[in-house]
Design a protein around this ligand. Structure first.
Ligand SMILES: [Fe+2]
Length: 521
């Protein structure tokens, strides 16, 4: 029996409650001397895993006893023990270790696992002092070839979870599903001030404090969201792959330009605080934080030869919105200025290179904001969404041309941002909704943003033959892939302003290998 097993964690009681039988463990003497005593469980934000590889994943937790940030922890540096097992009962422990949770990073812990087996479930937990975390489950990605490959996989497409707008029945549904991975495509938090009035039937929950601008604010807002039990359950059930959109920092910001045109130095500090807090609360690898105050969130995950996930960051490097932002008629030279970038030159090169090298059957592109150019003006005339790809026509054209030149197989774009479900065949020409399809795009509504929603279809559908389905309800999209086809289910909730909604499938589509076309099933 190993030393860790003797001293460590035993399971107590049929309900699975855990207590730690702890003694010393091998960390630095200064930290080991401190045996922290907490005022409550320091695992109030639960556990998470993310960014699976074929031999590992990131494990995450953050020590805090409350979500308001007012109950200080007993030490600036606290040893956190962790272990990984092949079974939920932790009889077959395959990895264990100790990390230091440091107050400089909000007592967060990121463990990067290596050497696990491909396409396998693992269970994990943490302990600090006498306290033991809930158990999380993760799943490694498939590898290539014999023993580690996969012929099918399933994932969730999620985004936009405004806490004030509703409850997270969608996360409860996701937690109960059999999925390989959950993609979160941005607006994990919203930056706005808490409404001053009491909760109402249409906005049942409240943010705490004013609009968030400081590191303290962003940490507290992320902790508030992360304290929701349904979101906690989803994180404990599946590995997540996350990218951000605008509200993790400031509505519709572009690069270092804020919504209210703050001085660049002021907004740079705010953005750096928001980015730091985001990393502290997400199961991301250290490779994502090697850029000073920036985060490199664009990255590629391999799921054997079945799928490659290419995650984009369309916020951090983009040029300012054209034509005054919003839904506008294209405004000529400014809109078409070839120097206006969307991904930034470096990211654009990285992403196209990685897609060009991909040998995957399905190239899933995790994207914040619509690639399909949808005419937003019902009837004569054309308006385009200037915050999305359609507002950056030269960059959009270069990206679509890049996919075609490299013969990228089955680009399957999954997108958040617009708080409604849209199933689209991406029109090649930004000005022509009926132009040929170059990819399929599944826009996955919102977890809660926008409130209950409506079944009334958008008035612009007759202008947009490339759109095959649209519904302004909350929920998520379940996507299943095999070698022959992709299948997408739009799972919608009848309401989010009360917590007990049951989802139903409002539409399902298949996409056949080799054809960027949606077939309703
Ligand atoms: Fe949103």
């Amino acid at each position: 029996m190993s030393p860790m097993t003797r001293r460590s964690l035993v399971r107590a009681g049929a309900a699975g409650a855990l207590v730690a039988v702890s003694a010393g463990f091998p960390v630095s003497p200064a930290v080991a001397r401190t045996r922290p005593r907490f005022t409550g469980s320091p695992f109030a934000l639960g556990v998470a895993s993310g960014d699976p590889s074929s031999d590992g994943a990131v494990l995450w937790t953050r020590l805090t006893t409350d979500t308001l940030g007012v109950d200080p922890l007993p030490a600036p540096r606290i040893a956190v023990r962790w272990e990984v097992a092949e079974d939920e009962g932790f009889r077959r422990v395959v990895r264990r270790g100790v990390e230091i949770a440091d107050e400089r990073s909000a007592h967060s812990v990121h463990v990067e696992l290596r050497g696990l087996r491909p396409h396998r479930e693992y269970w994990y937990r943490f302990a600090a002092g006498d306290e033991v975390s809930p158990v999380g489950r993760t799943r490694t990605a498939p590898g290539f070839g014999f023993g580690g490959g996969a012929d099918d996989l399933a994932f969730a497409v999620t985004s936009c979870q405004n806490y004030e707008a509703g409850y997270y029945a969608a996360w409860r549904d996701i937690a109960a599903q059999d999925l390989d991975v959950v993609l979160h495509l941005g607006d994990y938090i919203y930056e706005g001030a808490g409404k001053s009035d009491p909760p109402t039937a249409t906005t049942p929950r409240r943010h705490v404090g004013p609009e968030i601008t400081t590191l303290f604010d962003y940490r507290r807002r992320l902790a508030l969201y992360r304290s929701d039990p349904d979101l906690l359950a989803a994180h404990a059930a599946h590995p997540f792959v996350v990218i951000w959109d605008d509200h993790e920092v400031d509505n519709n910001y572009a690069g270092l330009i804020s919504q209210d045109d703050d001085p660049v130095a002021v907004f740079s500090a705010r953005r750096a605080a928001a980015y730091q807090a985001y990393y502290e609360h997400m199961p991301l690898r250290r490779a994502q934080v090697n850029r000073g105050p920036n985060l490199q969130l664009d990255r590629t995950l391999q799921y054997g030869d079945l799928a490659q996930f290419t995650m984009l960051d369309t916020r951090q490097y983009r040029a300012n919105q054209a034509c005054g932002d919003g839904n506008k008629e294209p405004c000529g030279a400014e809109w078409e200025d070839p120097s206006r970038t969307f991904l930034g030159d470096e990211q654009e090169r990285r992403v196209l290179r990685s897609l060009g090298r991909s040998r995957a059957r399905w190239n899933v592109i995790g994207n914040q904001i619509p690639l399909t150019a949808i005419d937003q003006q019902a009837g004569p005339g054309q308006k385009l969404y200037m915050d999305g790809w359609a507002g950056y026509p030269v960059a959009r054209d270069r990206f679509l041309q890049g996919l075609e030149d490299r013969k990228v197989r089955n680009p399957l774009v999954v997108t958040g941002d617009v708080h409604a479900s849209w199933a689209c065949e991406v029109n090649r020409d930004v000005r022509d909704p009926a132009s040929r399809a170059t990819a399929v795009e599944l826009i996955g509504t919102s977890i809660s943003s926008g409130g209950d929603g409506t079944d009334v279809p958008s008035a612009v559908l007759p202008d947009n033959p490339q759109v095959k389905f649209q519904r302004s309800r909350r929920g998520w999209v379940k996507v299943a892939l095999d070698r022959r086809e992709a299948r997408a289910e739009f799972r919608h909730l009848p309401y989010v302003t009360r917590p007990d909604a049951t989802p139903k499938v409002d539409a399902a589509f298949t996409v056949q290998d080799g054809t960027p076309k949606l077939q309703r099933v």
